[in-house]
Write a new protein. Structure first.
Length: 115
C-alpha cells in the first residue's frame, strides 16, 4: 500500500469507530471493535474488518446491523472527510483472534506431548 492509502485507511478506521460508538444507537452493535481497514488503491472502496465478541448468532446479527447502517455511516463519514469521493464500505468479520487461539492451543498441545 502507498502512504496515501495507509493514511486514508487510518482516517476511515477512526471515523467509522467514532460513528459506531457515538452516532448509532442499535443494541446489536454493543460488543465490536474495528480492527483494520483496507482501502483500495483508487480510494473508492474500503473493507472494514470488525472483531465481534459473542456467539455465532450475535456475530451474524451484528454484521447484519452494520450492513443495514452502512449508508448512514458513509454519509456521516462524508461530512468529516475532505475527499472528492467517500469510500464505499464493506464490513467483514475479523477472525484473527479465533485463528490465533487455535494456533496457541496447538502449540501448547505440542509442548505437552514433548514433555
Amino acid at each position: 500500500m502507498t502512504r496515501r492509502t495507509d493514511r486514508v485507511s487510518e482516517i476511515v478506521k477512526h471515523n467509522v469507530s467514532n460513528i459506531i460508538l457515538h452516532k448509532l444507537y442499535d443494541p446489536r452493535l454493543s460488543l465490536l471493535t474495528v480492527t483494520t481497514v483496507s482501502v483500495s488503491p483508487d480510494l473508492r472502496n474500503a473493507k472494514v474488518y470488525v472483531a465481534i465478541h459473542g456467539d455465532e448468532a450475535a456475530k451474524k446479527r451484528t454484521l447484519q446491523a452494520l450492513n443495514h447502517a452502512k449508508g448512514h455511516i458513509q454519509s456521516e463519514m462524508a461530512s468529516h472527510l475532505k475527499m472528492r469521493n467517500t469510500p464505499s464500505l464493506k464490513f467483514f468479520l475479523d477472525d484473527s483472534e479465533i485463528k490465533s487461539n487455535k494456533i496457541l492451543s496447538l502449540i501448547e498441545k505440542a509442548v505437552n506431548e514433548d514433555n
